[in-house]
Design a protein around this ligand. Structure first.
Ligand SMILES: Cc1cc2nc3c(=O)[nH]c(=O)nc-3n(C[C@H](O)[C@H](O)[C@H](O)COP(=O)(O)OP(=O)(O)OC[C@H]3O[C@@H](n4cnc5c(N)ncnc54)[C@H](O)[C@@H]3O)c2cc1C
Length: 529
């Protein structure tokens, strides 16, 4: 006999933890939360800069590779995704950005305008700067300032001003444009993932069961109605029944994979893998969007970067002590310390590129820091028009799906990335930051023309980890996030976005999950939670 619950949620990531906590607030509602990864006991998860240690940690990271990217010189793009309680919010760069109001308004989906989502951003937030019309206090998700300023970041923000870009003390305030410090999801200098923020406080509820090491292999159907989930606990096959709904929160790569494995997807693809068809839905897994980023690495004239800290054992001990005793220093910092949102052309109404400014440098994330004093500034395109796909390669749920981003597929995207990199270099040429730059390590002086820049982006560009849109509202889902054409099956995660939001995606996913919980409550006749 399969165990029975009201809701079975697949994936304890950014969205899944929010949903599990909100839906189990009612003690009469039985919730099962399935997570393929382990509990979040790896200590590096909880130290903000520990982020770098998790890139190659297979126990908590799916570590996907894209297929060869046709417009990035055929390179495969390494794609980390959290596989642990908290999901990607346990391994991400901690930056708290909501996106631009127009992102949500442009979705043109009833109920999903920015005005309608703002109460959910506010509800989730515990803003260190206090409450305001655009910010909430007392929510589960701690939003903090960086523990201290850094002179390199100050110089970058000043240089941006010299290049004509305003300073911005709050990227989630009245306007996104400008340069400033990022706010981050930490509390007392420890990561505030959704597992920490939402799941832990709900952890002792008798009506919530969290099953880790549980890989969902397919959704079970009775006719067109989802009635449960089959999953693997180690080698053991287990079934759980869902009296009300199955909710998929596996993220933008795994959710379409699981739908396809369950018979919901493009009929030809499913037939190719011998999967019985439940619903021919050609859009499942299609329309994948992400933010492409390209980086510049600068050699620094002074030994004030994290690279320098890591060269010396004494400095490393000092960092550890500062972190433990004062909750300050590089270990408290998110990967992107400061940054900015810029318009590549003055006639644009809103920023179309973002910079992440890092006080360290390396060849690839997760690898060793450079042996010289170095820092990094990058550009990512905020509103890409290129779209890719996620498609199963096998009927075995343990096999990674094919992922293709198709970055730079459109002239618009190529133009924006090239203009963004030129804009970034102009900032780095300003007097405020020049004294800190010994040399441009990459791309270097040889890159001058638009063609040079495009070649450089093709040769080095990579993900900034925001895949979305693979089960989007409108095509796959109705505006209440229910899979169209089926009953009792909902998707709540980054897949639902019709277009990726303009900025880091964690906050938007959390707000989407907060709203989904209210939709579910209201369908049951209860008021908003
Ligand atoms: C390295 C990295 C850095 C990032 N930096 C930032 C940042 O600084 N700021 C920001 O806002 N955003 C950042 N992001 C993006 C952000 O974290 C994600 O957009 C967000 O966490 C996605 O939430 P989700 O709920 O869609 O999926 P996830 O949080 O990825 O959760 C999906 C969960 O489902 C589980 N799962 C999947 N399939 C199954 C299955 N079949 N059975 C059981 N469980 C399953 C997974 O293991 C995972 O725990 C980053 C992401 C990464 C990977």
């Amino acid at each position: 006999m399969a165990d029975s619950y009201d809701y079975v949620i697949v994936g304890a990531g950014s969205a899944g933890c929010v949903l599990a906590a909100r839906l189990s607030e009612n003690p009469a509602t039985r919730v099962l939360l399935l997570e393929a990864g382990p509990r979040d006991t790896n200590p590096w998860i909880h130290v903000p800069l520990g982020y770098g240690k998790l890139f190659n940690e297979r126990r908590v990271n799916w570590m996907y590779q894209s297929d060869p990217e046709p417009h990035l010189d055929g390179r495969r793009i390494f794609t980390p995704r959290g596989k642990v309680l908290g999901g990607s919010s346990s391994i991400n760069g901690l930056i708290y950005i909501r996106g631009q109001p127009e992102d949500f308004d442009d979705w043109e989906a009833p109920g999903w305008s920015f005005g309608e989502l703002l109460p959910y951003f506010r509800k989730s937030e515990d803003q260190v700067r206090g409450e305001g019309p655009l910010h909430g206090m007392g929510g589960p998700l701690a939003v903090s300032d960086q523990s201290e300023p850094h002179e390199l970041c100050d110089a970058f923000i000043e240089a941006a001003a010299q290049a004509g870009h305003p300073k911005n003390a709050d990227f989630n305030g009245e306007r996104q444009e400008g340069a400033g410090y990022f706010q981050i999801t930490t509390r007392n200098a420890r990561r505030c993932s959704t597992a920490v923020a939402f799941l832990r406080p709900a952890g002792n509820r008798a009506n919530l069961k969290v099953e880790t090491g549980a890989l969902a292999t397919r959704v079970l159907f009775e006719g067109a109605r989802a009635c449960g989930v089959e999953y693997l606990l180690g080698e053991k096959k287990v079934q759980a029944r869902a009296a009300r709904e199955v909710i998929l929160s596996g993220g933008a790569i795994n959710t379409p994979q699981l739908l396809q494995l369950s018979g919901v997807g493009p009929a030809a693809l499913l037939a190719q893998h011998g999967i019985p068809l439940v619903l021919d839905q050609p859009d499942v897994g299609e329309h994948l969007q992400d933010h492409l980023q390209a980086r510049m690495v600068l050699r620094c004239t002074r030994p004030i970067t994290v690279n320098d800290d890591m060269q010396s054992l004494w400095r490393q001990v000092g960092l550890g002590l500062r972190y433990l005793l004062q909750k300050k220093g590089p270990l408290t910092v998110s990967a992107g310390y400061a940054g900015g949102f810029w318009r590549t052309r003055p006639e644009l109404k809103r920023p179309d590129v973002q910079t992440h400014f890092l006080t360290f440098s390396l060849d690839r994330m997760g690898e060793k820091l450079h042996p010289f004093s170095g820092f990094t500034a990058s550009i990512c395109q905020l509103q890409p028009t290129s779209r890719g796909f996620v498609r199963i390669r096998s009927a075995d749920a343990r096999a990674a799906p094919a992922i293709q981003y198709n970055y730079l597929d459109t002239e618009h995207d190529r133009r924006t990335m090239v203009d963004g990199m030129k804009l970034l270099r102009r900032i780095l040429e300003q007097p405020a930051i020049r004294p800190y730059i010994a040399a441009e390590h990459t791309p270097g002086e040889k890159v001058r023309t638009d063609e040079d820049w495009l070649a450089y982006i093709r040769a080095t560009g990579s993900t900034i980890y925001h895949p979305s849109c693979t089960a989007m509202i409108g095509k796959v889902l109705d505006h209440r996030l229910r899979v169209k054409g089926l009953a009792a099956l909902r998707v709540v995660d980054a897949s639902v976005m019709p277009a990726v939001v303009s900025g880091n995606t964690n906050a938007a996913v959390i707000a989407i999950a907060e709203k989904a919980a209210d939709l579910i409550h209201s369908e049951r006749g209860g008021g908003p939670s």
